[in-house]
Ligand binder design. Structure first.
Ligand code: SF4
Length: 171
């Protein structure tokens, strides 16, 4: 039971926005609308509770810097779609799941433990010194892998629509 009220119109609006963004980026929502609506309700609740849309299937810490990797869409969505045909929550699915060619199964948690996440440092290539002379920084979207060479990361990823705090310096 949550003390945060989420109205049906709120869920409907968020559902439509999510569907629009997913389809514009070549992604698919789970065809079970009732199930998706319950996840959307969880996302809205988390947005209101924490100030960011933490994954409704995981326990958020309440600290955005710790939870950035599980802000929806999370950093693990695309590898889970590749390996299992769905993200951890099964909010997003592949065309194979959508068409019934593949059956949904349970998806193991691939998010590393907190200590391991904190220990991870971006790995620069051996030729980093040479690349440092490039006129622009190359930024990588941690959610979908989109790369762009510019002074700062884009405000919104043009592919998966996450915000600029989900970008990492790639080169
Ligand atoms: S994309 Fe990630 S954060 Fe969003 S619902 Fe799926 S598993 Fe949760």
């Amino acid at each position: 039971m949550t003390d945060i009220e989420v109205s049906e119109p709120d869920v409907h609006r968020a559902f439509e926005a999510l569907k629009r963004d997913a389809e514009a980026g070549g992604y698919f929502l789970n065809p079970d609308t009732g199930f998706v609506n319950s996840l959307v309700q969880g996302l809205i609740t988390n947005q209101r509770r924490y100030g960011y849309p933490a994954c409704p299937c995981r326990l958020a810490s309440g600290r955005k810097d710790d939870d950035l990797d599980i802000c929806c869409p999370c950093d693990y969505r695309d590898p889970d779609l590749d390996d299992f045909g769905a993200c951890y929550c099964a909010l997003y699915v592949t065309s194979a799941i959508l068409s019934g060619q593949q059956t949904l199964s349970s998806i193991p948690e691939r998010r590393p433990a907190r200590a391991e996440r904190r220990a991870r440092q971006p790995v620069l290539p051996a030729s980093a010194n040479l690349l440092s002379s490039l006129p622009y920084t190359v930024w990588r979207c941690k959610v979908c892998g989109y790369l762009c060479a510019r002074e700062h990361p884009p405000g919104i990823c043009p592919i998966c629509k996450v915000t600029k705090d989900r970008f990492e310096r790639f080169i």
